[in-house]
Every structure is written in C-alpha cells, then in structure tokens.
Design a protein around this ligand. Structure first.
Ligand SMILES: NC(=O)c1ccc[n+]([C@@H]2O[C@H](COP(=O)([O-])OP(=O)(O)OC[C@H]3O[C@@H](n4cnc5c(N)ncnc54)[C@H](OP(=O)(O)O)[C@@H]3O)[C@@H](O)[C@H]2O)c1
Length: 262
C-alpha cells in the first residue's frame, strides 16, 4: 500500500494498516480546486499514499480527479494503492444521514469505498447543507450510540474499510466504546503528533520542496535524550474548537467539549 519510504502503522481496530504520514488537503485560507489537484498529483509523484479529506474541506472532488489522473499517468497502479480518509460533517451526524453522506463523499471522490471514515467533531448540527462556522442555534447533542451504529453499518456494507472519530476527548471515546461493536480505528486530533511515539501524522503543504522535506522524517532519528527533552515541552491543542461551542449547544465551553483533556 505505502511507497517504499513511508512506513505503515496498525489501526487500533485491527482492520489493517495506515501509512504513518498522511497528506492533508484542508487549506486555510481556501484555495481553488486546481491548486488542490496539482498538489495531490505532486504528492503522489513524491510517494505520498495516504490522503486526508473531509466533506467540509471542498477537496474530495479535486482529490478524486487527481487520483484518476495519477492512474491514467501510471503514477499508481489503481486507487487501491492509496489510503483515503474522509469525515462526516456535523450536519450529517444523525443516524439516518450517515450512509447518504458517505455515498456523496464516494461520488465526489469517484470511488466505491474509502479506507477510513471519521466523525469529524463530537457534535451534531441541524441537518441540511455542509457549512462552517455552524450557527450558534443549530448545534445539537450527538446521539453517540446510534450515530456510531450507522458508521458501523457503513463499514459492514463495504462503503469504508475502517471507521473512527476525530476531536474526541477520552470521556467521549468511552461513550462510543460503551455500545460499539466495532471500536474506533483512530481518533484524529489537530496536534503536532510524534511518529516516534507510534502515532500517525497528517501534514499539509502544497509546496513541492516542503512536501519533499516533510517526508524526510523517516530518514533520521531522535536520540532518547532528545525525545525526553521534547516530552518536557508543555503540549497544547493547535485547534481548541471554540467554533464548536455555543450557548445553545451541548458544549457551552471548550472545557465541556474536551472534558478537561485540553
Ligand atoms: N480532524 C480535524 O479536525 C483536523 C483539524 C486540522 C487539520 N486536519 C488535517 O490535518 C492537515 C494538516 O493540518 P495542520 O493544521 O497541521 O496544517 P495547517 O496549519 O493547515 O497547514 C500547515 C502550514 O504549514 C506550512 N508548512 C507545511 N510544511 C512546512 C515546512 N516543512 N516548513 C514550513 N512550513 C510548512 C504549509 O504551507 P505550504 O502549503 O505553503 O507549505 C501550511 O501553511 C489538514 O490539511 C487536514 O487534512 C484535521
């Protein structure tokens, strides 16, 4: 699955492996589709095999186009050579909307399955269009049990090979685990993750030289002394998720959103 230079790590669910370095397709400020498509093609050429997208990012379609072109240009043998992650947006985080949302994602990507589907944030929003920021009055508590059961059904019918969550606190993960038949394969959080601690990393660069440089983390090692020194540095969340709190919603503060895991 991965190119020779990017190692793979096991998914928590035991359902396969994930290339340890993923290529992020979210861009802030947003860029046009052609820029995303060009960046993905360059990334495939350089050896990236894991791509991270989401219904929210507007990058599913250009990612799908880049994959089709990569196959045409024989940069890869087929779509099966790639690991694709996408995410369920809050407005679709209702049991009856999960499978239709994933079907739209598959249509955008022009593929019949993805490798990993994640619940993007642990909160639901009024059903309707995918939009950000979510209006304060549109937030709703997520029915963790039934939304997760709908995610499990997506895996069972083959729309995705694995399922997981994103931006979940330990407490909220336990709520999912309380009824889960399939445990979450990953919990993706916006942290500067450390490969040396056995954790996968998603990086974003649309600049060819920096894409190349970011792959070189597998060519050198930190000494145990250096790892210890880095561990001493206080860690914080890059994205506190203030936009997912609302006086009308289930989380009024970031402390409630993260259950103090800040
Ligand atoms: N699950 C979630 O809720 C969630 C949240 C955040 C992010 N993500 C995923 O993770 C990806 C990465 O997000 P992020 O927040 O870490 O990235 P980011 O802050 O959005 O972007 C990284 C920035 O660093 C620059 N950069 C990259 N490599 C560099 C290097 N070697 N030297 C100097 N600058 C460099 C990039 O610029 P250039 O493009 O110009 O190189 C870019 O501006 C996203 O695209 C998305 O797929 C998921």
């Amino acid at each position: 699955m991965a190119s020779a230079s990017i190692p793979e790590i096991n998914l928590n669910s035991g359902t396969g492996k994930i290339p340890a370095l993923g290529f992020g397709t979210a861009s802030d400020p947003p860029v046009d589709s052609q820029t995303i498509k060009t960046a993905v093609l360059q990334a495939i050429e350089l050896g990236y095999r894991h791509f991270d997208t989401a219904a929210l990012y507007n990058s599913e379609q250009p990612l799908g186009e880049a994959i089709a072109e990569a196959v045409n240009r024989r940069l890869i043998g087929s779509r099966r050579d790639l690991f694709i992650t996408s995410k369920l947006w809050c407005s679709d985080a209702h049991p009856q909307h999960v499978a239709p949302a994933l079907s739209t994602t598959l249509k955008n990507l022009d593929t019949n399955y993805i490798d990993l589907y994640l619940i993007h944030w642990p909160v639901s929003a009024k059903a309707g269009k995918v939009e950000y920021p979510i209006k304060a009055e549109d937030f709703a508590p997520m029915e963790f049990g039934s939304v997760w059961a709908a995610m499990e059904e997506c895996q069972r019918i083959g729309l995705t090979k694995a399922i997981g969550v994103s931006n979940f606190s330990s407490k909220k993960l336990l709520e999912i685990l309380a009824t889960a038949k399939i445990p979450p394969a990953v919990n993706q959080v916006a942290l500067r993750w450390a490969y040396e601690q056995g954790i996968g990393v998603v990086m974003k660069s649309f600049n060819r030289e920096r894409m190349k440089g970011n792959m070189s983390i597998f060519d050198w090692w930190l000494s145990s002394q250096e790892v210890d020194m880095i561990s001493e540095i206080p860690q914080g969340r890059a994205c506190l998720g203030l936009d997912y709190t609302s006086i009308y919603g289930p989380y009024k503060t970031i402390q409630q959103l993260w259950d103090e895991d800040i």
